[in-house]
Design a protein around this ligand. Structure first.
Ligand code: SAM
Length: 232
């Protein structure tokens, strides 16, 4: 059973427990399916929290580009795309050997079909190529290099972020991201993790909060992001 089928089975069970029944949605209303709608609700809420905060959006772990499309569109819908961009970091060939060694339960094949060409093509089809920029490579190296280059090109203050979304499902890439980007998040901005079951992202966030002396906020409900830092 793949992850989506297993999630669907869980949603059906949950709905039954609450006395509701589950119906496959009409194909035209696919986004109304509980999993899809719940995910969109969580991303819309997250974006709304930083809607009025200046700065860019960074995602580490782009996958097939779903959040690039959602967040890029939200920047466009709110007319903020001329001064805020989405930057997405990924190997675009799944987890690194180091990540597979370091984190139990990751699959080397799960995200391997999302090449940079494939993701960029999706972004083009959505008319987002001027809003969404992608950085290829292991986050351990690509993120510090990108920050250094960006500072060299635009001056030290160029890469202010309103939202950093961590979705690599692994410990070191999450920790590297927190350490590199926390300083660049503007007051009122957010660093959030995606991982619902506690694992590498959680461990990195909890550790970082202890080290940096910042508060870890847990999401409001199941449909919220699981945990985040709200920069003061
Ligand atoms: C869970 S997927 C991201 C899904 C995406 N955020 C979405 O919502 O559709 C995790 C991604 O993290 C990337 N990744 C994992 N470890 C990485 C690393 N060390 N450097 C760069 N990318 C990494 C994988 O290639 C994979 O595409």
């Amino acid at each position: 059973m793949n992850i989506l089928s297993s999630l669907k089975a869980k949603v059906k069970t949950l709905l039954k427990l609450h006395g509701d029944t589950y119906h496959e949605p009409d194909a035209r209303d696919k986004y109304l399916e509980a999993i899809e709608l719940s995910y969109l609700y969580s991303m819309f809420n997250l974006f709304n929290r930083v809607r009025k905060v200046p700065g860019h959006i960074v995602e580490v772990g782009v996958g097939a580009g779903r959040n690039a499309i959602v967040l890029g569109k939200l920047l466009k819908f709110t007319s903020q795309h001329s001064n805020a961009k989405y930057f997405g970091f990924d190997t675009f060939e799944s987890y690194t050997k180091l990540d597979l060694k370091e984190n139990d339960g990751l699959s080397s094949t799960r995200w391997k079909d999302n090449s940079i060409e494939f993701v960029k093509n999706r972004i083009d089809n959505h008319g987002l190529n001027k809003i969404c920029e992608f950085i290829v490579g292991d986050i351990r190296r690509s993120l510090p290099e990108f920050i250094k280059e960006s500072h060299a090109r635009h001056g030290g203050d160029s890469l202010y972020c309103r939202l950093v979304y961590i979705d690599t499902s692994s410990y070191t890439p999450s920790k590297v991201t927190l350490e590199a980007l926390y300083e660049l998040v503007v007051p009122g901005g957010i660093i959030a993790i995606d991982q619902r079951r506690q694992g590498g992202e959680w461990k990195a966030l909890v550790e970082f909060c202890e080290e940096a002396g910042c508060k870890l906020v847990v999401g409001d409900n199941y449909n919220d992001v699981p945990a985040y830092i709200l920069k003061e």
